[in-house]
Design a protein around this ligand. Structure first.
Ligand code: ADP
Length: 426
């Protein structure tokens, strides 16, 4: 199954796929020799070599048969003729019908809103992959669905620790992923929601409101609807957060991947909510399980990609600033009121939404800070972020901070948000 390299051809029968994990050390080149094929919903251009980075896991699927040529080494590659793709494309067909029904209606008609799909399921059930397929198939038909990514662990839109939304105007590039030019990003600052569940909820609400505003004025976006990807945390508080997301975004199609129990729980909760469909879908046998170490690694790659580009094609800028140039804040944590102000015996509760100024010191070394669009500190929680910087040095004596930013020049704001997202530049 693993392959050491060299050019080779694979013939795929109709409705089958070639599942590939690119080797660890070198990229893999691949092209479509004949027939038609797609990668997670995006059609391959004929006779054009594509280069996939090390460790990428993906599948080349064909509806009608194809011949693929590969050059380079893989960790695994094998063909599979059992995939759930027919059931996925059937979902797409239903969504398509709803978009067509929504399109001609005036904006004040509630049915002018196209399908709002939310994809839920355990970790490694193929949620992000199904989201991409649905978005790419819709974009291919000329729709502009909004992709909302609520997964702070392995974000598909921007770096980990964020929730984000962006319109998808073209099928998603199988190598480059989602274009980063116009995303709407909120910085949560941690890669697990349990760090601050209240903050997560507040940010989901902010994001939903802004997305709502953006699409309400645009008939095409409105009819195209949304695809919302979620976290793999489905137990306890994670489950509550799923229900919160369904409610906050007014999702009307809930796709549950690979878990009967979750499907029946959500169906029971939503059975009194007319107009919400809860659909159970099979998980693909091709979805690769990723352990904690792999996840950590891919988070780190995501951050690297933000600064350096996928193919090392960006040149981030190292800048030096004075401590006084910035105000750094942390959200949540610290006690709300001093113990002396509380009734005897009462414990001070941590206020999850408290904005606490952070003293710049060496604790910030190797952390990722978000650059807020806020004009005043009290707008920080409700503001989206412009981008991120990476702290590479803190000089206490000189009171200067050295940081890496995607480009040279002044940051769009002096308000920075700290969390627990760190990176070891590799
Ligand atoms: P989730 O979002 O539920 O955590 P993903 O959609 O990210 O899961 O899938 C996990 C990994 O499996 C990803 O690296 C993805 O590219 C890969 N993958 C998904 N489906 C297939 C498939 N059919 N063949 C090969 N790899 C796949």
């Amino acid at each position: 199954m693993a392959h050491g390299g060299g050019a080779r051809q694979v013939k795929l029968d109709r409705e089958s796929e070639l599942r590939i994990e690119v080797g660890n050390d070198a990229p893999l080149k691949l092209r479509l020799l004949n027939g038609t094929a797609e990668i997670f919903g995006t059609e391959l251009p004929p006779d054009f070599w594509l280069t996939f980075p090390p460790r990428l896991k993906f599948a080349v699927f064909t509806w009608n048969g194809a011949t693929i040529e590969m050059d380079g080494s893989t960790e695994t590659d094998y063909t599979a003729d059992e995939t759930p793709n027919i059931s996925y494309v059937n979902v797409h067909a239903v969504l398509e019908e709803r978009r067509h029904r929504a399109k001609p209606l005036p904006p004040d008609d509630p049915n002018s809103q196209g399908p709002r799909v939310i994809v839920v399921g355990p970790t490694d059930s193929g949620k992000s992959t199904l989201s991409k397929m649905l978005l790419s198939w819709a974009a291919k038909k000329g729709w502009k669905p909004t992709f909302v990514d609520l997964d702070i662990g392995q974000g598909a839109i921007t770096i980990p620790g964020c929730i984000a939304a962006t319109p998808i105007e073209m099928p998603i590039d199988p190598v480059e992923g989602i274009p980063l030019d116009i995303p709407l990003v909120y910085f949560y600052g941690h890669t697990t929601p349990s760090n601050n569940v209240d903050l997560y909820k507040v940010l989901v609400k902010e994001l939903a409101q802004v997305v709502e505003r953006q699409i309400s004025g645009n008939a095409e976006s409105r009819a195209s609807g949304m695809v919302i990807n979620t976290m793999g945390w489905i137990e306890g508080q994670g489950y509550e957060l799923l229900l919160h997301a369904i409610d906050t975004f007014n999702a009307n199609v809930v796709l549950v991947l690979g878990q009967e129990k979750l499907w029946s729980m959500i169906r029971n909760v939503l059975k009194n909510k007319p107009g919400v469909d809860v659909v159970k879908l099979q998980k693909s046998g091709g979805v690769v399980s990723r352990n904690a170490k792999f996840r950590q690694k891919s988070r780190s790659h995501r951050i690297r990609e933000y600064f350096y580009g996928l193919a090392n094609d960006l040149s981030p800028h190292s800048n030096i600033a004075n401590f006084s140039d910035f105000s750094v804040f942390r959200i949540g944590g610290g006690p709300q009121a001093p113990r002396s102000a509380l009734p005897i015996g009462a414990e001070p509760a941590a206020d999850p939404l408290r904005l606490a100024p952070v003293n710049i010191n060496r604790d910030l070394l190797h952390t990722i800070l978000a650059v807020s669009f806020a004009k005043e500190p009290d707008q920080i929680i409700s503001s989206n972020v412009a981008g991120f910087v990476f702290v590479t040095d803190v000089d206490i004596q000189r009171k200067t901070i050295t940081y890496l930013a995607p480009s040279a020049g002044e940051l769009p704001s002096k308000y920075l948000i700290a969390g627990t997202v760190t990176w070891l530049e590799t």
